[in-house]
Design a protein around this ligand. Structure first.
Ligand SMILES: [Zn+2]
Length: 305
């Protein structure tokens, strides 16, 4: 008991006097989704350690707030989130359990990217989440648009520079270099997808609106009647009628949604169902650019018959 107390006092003193934040070798960052973790890595390089709290195979609306995630948030200097209530079902639980004042909503180490992008589908009248719509503050799936991802990377660089001024120059240099690579890739993706402009598609959840707007695809319906509400037979009958009238040949969705309904609808309308990765496979070392390349090339191939 005495030893434990002595040890914790010593650790506390050491932490207080020997390791001021700015002198640390690495800024410890946690990101709610793997796309954001990948952007943090681009901007932070070797100056940061970064962990994603969810996987690309998980629906980011519904993540289990496990104790192992609380520990990660407890040790973080910076918490980067998407915002607009994407993580409202699980992130506040982790923040309150983490006992870390830095990464609370009002803390210097909290960044919500939604505040730095051009949001779509922001309701004109207040929407109550109890009505089932999981996008009550606007659509949170902006990371499928590289221009919005670039805006997030820029906000991340400014935040990291403020928290860790010694490395501010490195963060801004990395951001500029990443921005150049991202712009080049985006122009190539736009060129490749240009022949599909105006093509009608159906999706599962309203998570592709930024991508369809960016690339000029026309999303005529979603299998969910409202974001977060599972497909119902009555709604699907409407989707099938509409998709037939618009001659939809492609239905796509994130791989974490069940494919049974999508396959059923695709069969009825004579279309193809394509399951796409729901995010960057950050744990396996994938970059945001590689992830988007995968999404675009699979869409191009599926549409290009
Ligand atoms: Zn959503």
């Amino acid at each position: 008991m005495y030893r434990t107390l002595a040890l914790s006092l010593w650790v506390g003193l050491f932490a207080a006097f020997a390791a001021p934040q700015s002198a640390r070798a690495e800024l410890s960052v946690v990101a709610t989704v793997p796309d954001l973790a990948a952007l943090v890595k681009e901007v932070g390089g070797s100056k940061v350690s970064v962990t994603a709290l969810s996987l690309a195979t998980q629906d980011p609306h519904w993540v289990d707030a496990k104790p192992s995630l609380v520990l990660k948030v407890n040790q973080a200097d910076l918490l980067v989130a998407v915002g607009v209530q994407l993580e409202v079902g699980w992130l506040p639980v982790l923040q309150s359990g983490a006992r870390n004042s830095r990464i609370q909503r009002s803390g210097a180490g909290f960044l919500e990217c939604a505040a730095h992008v051009e949001l779509l589908e922001v309701p004109r009248v207040p929407v109550n989440r109890s009505m089932g719509d999981v996008h009550p503050g606007g659509n949170p799936h902006f990371l499928y648009d590289p221009r919005q991802a670039r805006a997030c990377a820029s906000a991340i660089a400014s935040k990291m520079a403020a928290l860790d001024p010694d490395n501010a120059t490195a963060y801004h240099k990395n951001l500029a270099e990443f921005g150049r690579r991202l712009d080049r890739a985006r122009q190539q993706w736009e060129k490749r997808m240009d022949r599909h402009r105006g093509t009608s598609v159906v999706t599962y959840h309203r998570s592709w609106v930024y991508l369809t707007k960016w690339l000029g695809l026309v999303e005529v319906a979603t299998l969910e009647p409202k974001p977060g509400i599972p497909p119902s037979p009555g709604h699907l009958a409407k989707v099938i009628r509409l998709a037939r009238s618009k001659q939809v040949k492609l239905l796509f969705q994130e791989a974490y949604y069940p494919s049974r309904t999508g396959n059923l609808v695709a069969d009825k309308i004579g279309a193809r169902l394509v399951s796409l990765p729901g995010g960057t496979d950050f744990r396996k070392g994938q970059s945001y650019l590689d992830h988007m390349e995968q999404v675009i090339s699979r869409l191009d191939k599926a549409l290009g018959r």
